[in-house]
Ligand binder design. Structure first.
Ligand code: SAH
Length: 282
């Protein structure tokens, strides 16, 4: 071990300081090289005549500094905590698994580099090709409403950035997601494959669903359609839920909850929303 001279002095003189020093160098192996350590140590030396307890107090900021070094691996962690508190819990989302997923998934990785600093802002963001990543609250709300659980299989229409798929992948067994814009679908697939083993991405028109993979416990549609595509109803399990924005493109739409019963399905209007249009491949 390499110590500054004054540090070695304290190291041998004071057992308590030895423990502290070990703790610091464990957290940050290059602590000895940092000027802040020298400042702290020389302050400590000057105070040897004064009460030793004061010198220990001085070391508290150093500890905090090194701790922040260690937790600094995700510089957006505190933004996520604030997003959860101010945008999601504050508006009534209290579904435990949804909150845990939103706290964990690095949303900043799902937005283009020039949007990264806004990743946790209270709004949708452009992701290219005229499409958007949904506002955090909308993602949380749609996830809570379908009440996803481990063991389930969920279909998403409109992969976009892949963020909603990632939130679902944190909770359920497998997520199937379809994107009609090939460039977006391929980009999202690359990132989702890096982060998850339980997400399958398909490029295509989500109107037809993913028959081979169904039936699904839940279906999340993240583009606004004029009507509910019948294949999606068919691919929903009895007792399953679908959430879908219905309405005209580029205007206010209604977020609808569809519940499939043994003989028929029911719909319930949840709230006004604005989604990008559900487009069709011709
Ligand atoms: N869930 C996304 C939101 C993306 S916006 C996210 O978390 O980022 C909606 C997406 O739906 C767009 O990427 C759009 O290209 C896609 N989309 C529109 N119509 C579609 C269709 N018929 N089939 C599949 N994807 C479609």
């Amino acid at each position: 071990m390499k110590f500054p001279k004054c540090f070695s002095f304290l190291y041998f003189k004071n057992k308590k300081f030895e423990i502290l020093h070990r703790a610091i160098t464990n957290i940050c192996p290059f602590a000895n090289e940092l000027p802040i350590t020298y400042i702290c140590v020389s302050s400590t030396l000057r105070m040897t005549e004064m009460k030793k307890s004061i010198s220990y107090l001085l070391l508290i900021p150093v500890f905090l500094f090194f701790l922040s070094f260690q937790s600094g691996s995700d510089p957006f962690a505190s933004s996520r905590v604030a997003m959860l508190r101010d945008q999601i819990r504050a508006r009534g989302v209290d579904h435990g698994a949804t909150l845990a997923a939103m706290e964990k998934v690095p949303r900043h990785r799902f937005v283009p580099p020039d949007q990264r600093r806004f990743a946790y802002a209270d709004r949708p963001l452009p992701i290219g090709y005229g499409q958007t990543i949904s506002q955090p609250f909308i993602v949380a709300y749609m996830t809570q409403i379908i009440d996803p659980k481990p063991g389930q299989k969920v279909l998403e229409i409109g992969t976009g950035s892949g963020y909603q798929a990632a939130i679902l992948a944190e909770i359920v067994d497998h997520v199937y997601t379809i994107e009609i814009v090939p460039e977006l679908g391929l980009m999202a697939e690359k990132l989702l494959n890096e982060l998850y083993k339980n997400v399958s991405v398909k490029i295509g028109d989500g109107y037809y669903g993913w028959e081979e993979a169904g039936p699904f416990d839940a279906i999340v549609v993240t583009a606004a359609a004029g009507t509910i595509p019948p294949p999606l109803i068919e691919q929903l399990k009895t007792g399953g839920k679908m959430i879908i924005p219905l309405g005209p493109p580029y205007m206010t739409q209604q977020l609808m909850l569809v519940a499939k019963g043994p003989r028929r399905y029911t719909t319930r209007s949840l709230m006004p929303v604005r989604f990008v249009p559900f487009t069709r491949s011709n």
